[in-house]
Design a protein around this ligand. Structure first.
Ligand code: GLN
Length: 493
């Protein structure tokens, strides 16, 4: 077996047992990145030297521990990971895929990142993203698109497309992403990997550069559910630097309980199996659910009647919040500045040059929705419908333990296919937006391939703070299937 076939737990155990060193492991992944990333373009920044230095420190601590000089070592000591370029990591640039932050180096770590560093991870690089996480294909990055490792002519999904592609091509064992409207789950689905979008408030947003503050979540892209869970449990929990984090205790590992599916009530929402969905996507999702049914789950139909409003509601609320959040990028404190005599001219010059077309579109949409005279009709109304969407989920979770649904209507589309048609791009998000609006967790994992050999994903959504149950169900499915073990060998070194 090669390292790329190992789970996080196997890697951590191997490091502890001195079967291999963190330097060997980190070098192995750096070599894969050098061999493959010219074609995939998953990374915006790499720090090979820094990563190897940290790997050496980890190896030293591991050898001290083996010699009895240390009582314990942190949980993930020596494990290489990558981080989406909207999460601040001290020592790396944080561009958010935007020209406006091209030279921005944050002097601090996001809380989620800090907790993983405290657990001993080795950060090898920052991954590509749609500009400020606005997009569904990673084509909105100012630094060039990422390609899907399963077929380089296709998008990896977005906005965490860099992290999804990096894990799919086994350039890192695991990577961090963010999900505001689907940006962990949809790229996970397009790239055939597992991704968790946690409950809103489960993971601190401190150091996650804000897009839509009431929707943003930090999550994980991984090879399997158990790997995603291992990282999430470390990232999660109350943080005094983010007043929206919850003090609900972090869940215990799901594999400590029973791993069978007996008695699990799974709901299939009829609004998610609609006209326009690619038949093979629907088929694969239904087959996955029926496999779970054969192993003891009970499947019932449920209804989330306000689903059809999720798209317009999201595309009012997210741009409205974005227009406020992005006001801080004005050339005064950090990032790009286009010098001008007049202050207003400097703002306009900086923002005009620094932001790309999609970001400008969102700022205009959001500013309009928030302007006096339109606020009640658009933003206010959208907030009311958001509550109805949330209530749909609450009612459904009185009947079922979790909901199974497709993630996107189709498999990965071709690069350039939707770039001239923002609405077609927004339609990609119909099945992922509701979970963000309701603040509930969603776990994406592979359930098959279409005729073109592109991965198909499914999501399990649960009530707020039900991540443990989602991980348990997905792990049970992954024990019965091997989709998650496949990786693209089309991208060759
Ligand atoms: N595609 C959605 C958008 O463009 C979601 C992006 C995200 O989750 N960050 O807003």
């Amino acid at each position: 077996m090669e390292y790329k076939e190992f789970t996080v737990q196997q890697l951590v155990d191997g490091l502890r047992a001195a079967s291999f060193s963190s330097r060997e492991l980190t070098s192995y992944y750096l070599e894969r990145i050098h061999a493959l990333d010219g074609q995939v373009h998953a990374f915006l920044a790499l720090d090979a030297e820094g990563a190897l230095a940290r790997a050496d420190q980890a190896d030293q601590a591991l050898s001290d521990w083996r010699a009895g000089k240390l009582d314990a070592v942190p949980a993930l000591l020596g494990l290489p990971i990558a981080v989406k370029d909207v999460l601040c990591v001290d020592g790396f640039p944080c561009t958010c895929g935007s020209r406006i932050l091209e030279n921005f180096k944050p002097p601090f770590n996001a809380t989620a990142v800090q907790r993983l560093l405290d657990a001993g991870v080795v950060i090898v690089g920052k991954t590509n993203t749609d500009e400020f996480a606005m997009g569904s294909s990673t084509e909105n990055s100012a630094y060039g698109a990422t390609h899907n490792p399963w077929n380089l002519a296709h998008v990896p999904g977005g906005s965490s497309g860099g992290s999804a592609a990096a894990v799919a091509a086994r350039m890192v064992p695991v990577a961090l992403g963010t999900d505001t409207g689907g940006s962990v789950r949809q790229p996970a689905s397009y790239c055939g990997v597992t991704g968790i979008k946690p409950t809103y408030g489960r993971v601190s947003r401190y150091g996650l550069i804000a897009y839509g503050s009431s929707l943003d979540t930090a999550g994980v892209l991984a090879r399997c559910a158990q790997d995603a869970e291992t990282l999430l449990r470390i990232m999660a929990g109350f943080d005094e630097r983010d007043a929206t984090t919850s003090d609900v205790p972090v869940f215990e590992p799901s594999w400590q309980g029973s791993v069978d599916l007996k008695g699990l009530r799974i709901g299939l929402p009829m609004e998610y199996f609609i006209e326009g969905i690619q038949p093979q996507v629907e088929q694969a999702v239904k087959q996955a659910v029926s496999l779970m049914e054969q192993h003891g789950a009970r499947v019932v139909q449920v209804s989330l009647p306000h689903t059809k409003y999720a798209l317009p509601v999201y595309y009012l609320i997210a741009p409205a919040e974005a227009s406020a959040n992005l006001a801080r990028f004005d050339g005064v404190r950090y990032g790009l500045r286009v010098p001008q005599e007049e202050l207003i001219a400097m703002y306009a010059g900086t923002r005009g040059k620094g932001f790309g077309a999609e970001v400008k579109r969102r700022i205009m949409l959001g500013t309009y929705a928030l302007s006096a005279g339109y606020y009640d009709a658009y933003y206010g109304q959208a907030q009311k419908v958001r509550t109805l969407i949330k209530q749909d989920f609450e009612k459904a979770f009185e009947l079922v333990d979790m909901i199974a649904a497709p993630i996107a209507p189709t498999t990965a589309f071709k690069l350039g296919e939707h770039t001239d048609d923002p609405l077609a791009m927004y339609l990609e998000d119909v099945f992922t937006l509701p979970a963000n609006l309701a603040g509930v967790p969603g776990l994406a994992f592979p359930v098959g391939f279409d005729d073109a050999n592109l991965p198909i994903g499914m999501q399990l959504m649960g009530a707020q703070f039900s991540e443990q149950a989602l991980f348990r169900a997905a792990a049970a499915y992954q024990a019965l299937s091997d989709w998650h073990q496949r990786y693209p060998d089309g991208v060759k070194a």
